[in-house]
Design a binder for this molecule. Structure first.
Ligand code: TYD
Length: 144
């Protein structure tokens, strides 16, 4: 399956009416896992690159509930960039996929839903080590 298909864009129900907007996000339903952890990232400026890791165990869904950011996702071979620019869309990031979040707008609030509790030992923060784990040699990788 292509990386683009594995990292699906999820469109949440937008139940807006004349009083304002309401977006519904349900674990095990629109989110393809039970949510164990929620964190959010804000106050990162446009020059910052966050993430820069892959996770051995965790799956994530990223939603910019305010403002905008971008996430570059790679499996060491293919690369996909997703514009998180609306509060009713999210991107699903499976295990063992490398992610960089960047281009944060000043008002960006990036909500992250995770399938696990935090465990720093399941984070891969060295891209070379990550590729080694996937058996990807430098010749076959396309990440710059
Ligand atoms: P980090 O993984 O570097 O953030 P990002 O992926 O956005 O670049 O996390 C920053 C710090 O917060 C680091 O010291 C680990 C800690 N942290 C937790 O304690 N629990 C969590 O759930 C997360 C995501 C991070």
């Amino acid at each position: 399956m292509l990386l683009k298909e594995r990292c699906s864009i999820i469109e949440f129900k937008d139940l807006g009416d004349e009083r304002g907007k309401l977006v519904v996000v349900e674990g095990g339903q629109s989110i393809p896992f039970e949510i164990k952890r929620v964190f959010y990232i804000y106050g990162s400026d446009s020059t910052v690159v966050r993430g820069q890791h892959a996770n051995k165990e965790s799956e994530f869904v990223l939603i910019n509930v305010a403002g905008k950011s971008k996430v570059k996702i790679t499996d060491g071979k293919e690369e996909v960039v997703v514009n998180l620019d609306r509060p009713m869309i999210g991107v699903y990031i499976p295990k063992m996929v490398w992610k960089d979040m960047y281009d944060f707008s000043e008002d960006s609030v990036l909500l992250v839903l995770a399938s696990t509790h935090y465990d720093r030992t399941e984070y891969l923060r060295d891209y070379e080590e990550y590729k080694k784990m996937l058996n990807i040699s430098d010749e076959s990788e396309s990440r710059k």
